[in-house]
Unconditional design. Sequence first.
Length: 416
Amino acid sequence: MSRHITIVDEKLRKTAQDALNNPTPQDSPTSPALDKLTSLGTELWLDTGNLEEAQGLWHKDFTALTTNNTLANQVVQTGVLDEVAREALADLRTYGGGLTEDEMVMELGFIVNCHIALRLVKAFGVKVSVELHPAVSHDIGRTVAYAERYYAICPERFIIKIPLTPEGYCAVAQVRAKGIPVNYTLGFSARQNYLAALLSGPTYCNVFLGRLNAVIADNGWGDGVNVGEKAEMATQVMLREARATGKTQTKLIAASMRSAAQVSSLAGTDVYTIPPKAVKEFLTNNPDPASISSQVDHKFEVSFSSAADVSRTNAFWDVDEKFKAFAAELVTKGGVNLTGNDIRLADSEHGTKLFYPFTEQEMTDVRTKGKIPDLARWPGANSPALDDLMTQSALQSFIVDQGALDEHLLSILRAS
């Protein structure tokens, strides 16, 4: 291990120990409606890296927080961690001889991300989900290495977020084999998470349900109502059955919630990561706890316009026999033994269309459009499956936000 990594990680571990040993908990109110959700088996996580924002919304029912590249960038752009970055830069220059400018920025990003999460640990004493730099999303070795580093800083509280890519499936399997908790993020469908649960066994997987509603509505394929909810519940039922038969212990996160209505309508889902806006709306509405009941197994109805290619939306909630055969083949080989290209090849051979071979220009088009893709750009049977397209759009949007974060750190580096 490089000397600078040893020095940096030792200092971060000391910061973590301070957060654990000298917490600054605040008096937190209770909410009967949130209490009811937890009584139905739903863990409640707050989806923000902003300490002050979290303090204004925190209730006793919350048990964790989530951060990601976008949320971390929002915190970094305030300048609140600039001094942390400058101090870390001094260590890197002293002990990190030979590091390139890009490597320095990568290390600063790791350090700052740890500090964002540890501020939350100190304030609330709960687990925090921390996300890797998207630059490692297609590199199994680097993903595993950074996952191990993050976890070693605060094994008592850190959950490692790894994005859904072919290499991600393999890296998650290796990281889980080491006993490290993983939040396998940027999932949008039951079939993506079916493969993840059986092949890699992440602690948590996700359906970014709000974005599913938005992609249908924004592209005129319908009003978008219940699209994400249907995908979420199909995934929840699938995982519940897989857990009952001992195939996995993976839990499902309802991510990207957009409204208080979704907080109520998905009651009984394993975990919620609720953004501040939805929390505020839910608490302001103060729903009667008696009106909240488990919605697991609820059949959500979705309506589409004549413009919709309804057959393509099935990718969000169907796990057909062809896909099960594809997954079974990979599971037999073992996730820890596979490469990303092994998964791509099997996907091609089975015709399951889980991973489209995007060209550089196509990736640029995805990145330019943002989180919600323009489906007119991707018509017909030869286009990416919609769940894959949504995952790529999400990953590319994180790359953009991480780029802004990196630019801020680079400006500190060059000014120091």
